[in-house]
Design a protein around this ligand. Structure first.
Ligand SMILES: NC(=O)c1ccc[n+]([C@@H]2O[C@H](COP(=O)([O-])OP(=O)(O)OC[C@H]3O[C@@H](n4cnc5c(N)ncnc54)[C@H](OP(=O)(O)O)[C@@H]3O)[C@@H](O)[C@H]2O)c1
Length: 348
């Protein structure tokens, strides 16, 4: 069985990760590429500045990039579009009958759009029951979270059982998170920039609550956790790190917290989805881990790595969490979402 897929924003950083991740996918095959009018009509190899270490397959390199308009793409379309255009283009594709699995922020916080991490809130797919009819769409939109929110929400999800109350996160985010060419080398080399545009801190403070929330009467009731986020851009290629503090109602001992992370499993593991890491969260006991250079690629970049759990004198605990921003935080997250939808019969 092969399911043909399209990629919107195929020439960008996230689009390239889609192409790399789908190169040998057992279910999905790239059949259509869309980008801006700057790229349309060109062979993919001429339109994209390929930035990944994996070689670009000849078959894709020769494919012609299409305009980002509905009509010629397969039903399932992954999107790594720039958020300045994603709202309008993804909406047009959904209206025309495509299932859009998007990385962009535009639809994430809409009440009828699932904001998915399959291990954490697979049940939020129930929002799709009313989405198409309420919007007059023939297709649907599902989203994955902001790249640092994936890491943060996965680290927090196993702690819900202990009564999550408040949390503070300071991020150290990789340059690949800004697309290509992204931040000028003059600005980022040997430097730390205490700002990321596009409302990054607000995304962390809102998307996390939706993801950790529960479905009640067909809608998401946000988790009441209070979050304070501060973001920085650092000279790292790949891998977003978060330095995190939490307060927990039940004040578990440290061994219980580590056990909750290491034993955490979700629907992708139960279903054996192709992109599911066997152990979605790995806790390292070494005192100087996790590090982006050593840990971002764990299990194909789909695992979140945590370390340095210790008492926090302000909240209860503090720790460090890390994940690959363009794989678990973007393209890999979307591929896992589509695998979940397929296994639930939602792509038929
Ligand atoms: N990088 C990450 O770690 C990350 C993680 C999670 C989410 N995201 C989100 O994913 C999206 C893509 O990010 P990125 O880092 O891959 O950005 P990027 O490298 O700048 O790529 C943007 C893509 O959008 C296309 N595009 C721009 N304007 C367009 C237009 N008017 N019509 C059609 N296509 C247009 C570009 O095509 P051309 O090449 O033809 O201009 C390119 O393919 C963003 O919404 C971002 O916030 C990124």
């Amino acid at each position: 069985m092969t399911i043909e897929v399209g990629i919107l924003g195929a020439t960008g950083m996230v689009g390239q990760q889609f192409i790399a991740l789908l190169a040998n996918h057992p279910w999905f095959k790239v059949a259509w590429l869309g980008a801006s009018e700057r790229s349309a009509g060109k062979a993919y190899r001429d339109a994209a500045a390929w930035r990944l270490p994996n070689p670009l397959a000849d078959e894709v390199a020769r494919m012609k990039v299409d305009e980002a308009t509905p009509g010629r793409a397969p039903k399932l379309v992954f999107s790594g579009l720039d958020s300045s255009v994603a709202g309008e283009i993804e909406g047009a594709f959904a209206q025309a009958g495509h299932v859009i699995v998007s990385n962009s922020r535009n639809y994430r916080m809409e009440a009828d759009v699932p904001l998915l991490i399959p291990e954490v809130n697979a049940d939020h797919l129930a929002l799709l029951e009313t989405q198409a009819s309420a919007r007059g769409w023939k297709g649907r939109i599902v989203t994955n979270p902001n790249c640092v929110v994936v890491v943060y929400a996965m680290a927090l999800a196993p702690l819900r059982q202990f009564g999550l109350k408040t949390s503070i996160i300071t991020t150290l985010q990789a340059i690949s998170g800004a697309g290509y060419p992204g931040v000028a080398s003059w600005d980022i080399l040997a430097n730390v920039i205490p700002f990321i545009g596009g409302g990054e801190e607000e995304k962390i403070e809102t998307e996390t609550n939706k993801i950790l929330g529960a479905i009640k009467n067909g809608a998401v009731e946000n988790h009441p956790l209070t979050i304070s986020a501060a973001v920085t851009r650092v000279p790292v290629h790949n891998g977003h790190t978060g330095s995190i503090s939490v307060s927990l109602e039940q004040r578990p001992d440290a061994a219980a917290v580590v056990a909750a992370w290491n034993s955490f499993r979700g629907k992708p593991q139960d279903l054996g989805l192709p992109s599911a890491p066997a152990q979605p969260i790995v806790y390292l006991t070494e005192p100087n881990r996790p590090q982006p250079a050593l840990d971002a690629n764990r299990d194909g970049g789909m695992t979140v790595t945590i370390g340095r759990l210790r008492r926090c004198p302000v909240l209860d605990y503090k720790f460090v969490a890390l994940g690959h921003n363009t794989i678990r935080g973007a393209a890999g997250a979307a591929v896992l979402n589509a695998e979940l939808m397929h296994s639930e019969g939602m792509l038929d």
